[in-house]
Design a protein around this ligand. Sequence first.
Ligand SMILES: N[C@@H](CCC(=O)N[C@@H](CS)C(=O)NCC(=O)O)C(=O)O
Length: 98
Amino acid sequence: MSDFKLHCFALSGNSYKVALFLALAGVNWEGIFVDYLNGETQNADWRERIHEQGEVPVLEHAGARISQSGIILDYLSDVTEKFGPRTSEERREIAIGA
Ligand SMILES: N[C@@H](CCC(=O)N[C@@H](CS)C(=O)NCC(=O)O)C(=O)O
């Protein structure tokens, strides 16, 4: 069983940013394909289970479910202690890029 689950799809740049982090960090993760183009995120059941506003990416980890790619990246840098800022200048630079 994976430590991190990422609800995502390949055409999503926001998903890609998070998937790239997970891959480069070398953690145990899996992508869960979201059939966005066929309207899966419009589905009431999907919205109730995964994200009420129907947005991707969504990360599941340690009982938490987190959305918004920039927030996810910040969370991941905290829990993995990788790719985080070493200075306040770097923190601002990362926030702009995320
Ligand atoms: N601010 C969000 C944006 C996420 C976003 O726009 N995701 C798109 C797919 S890449 C989406 O799910 N949009 C929902 C919709 O169009 O209904 C983030 O950075 O994660």
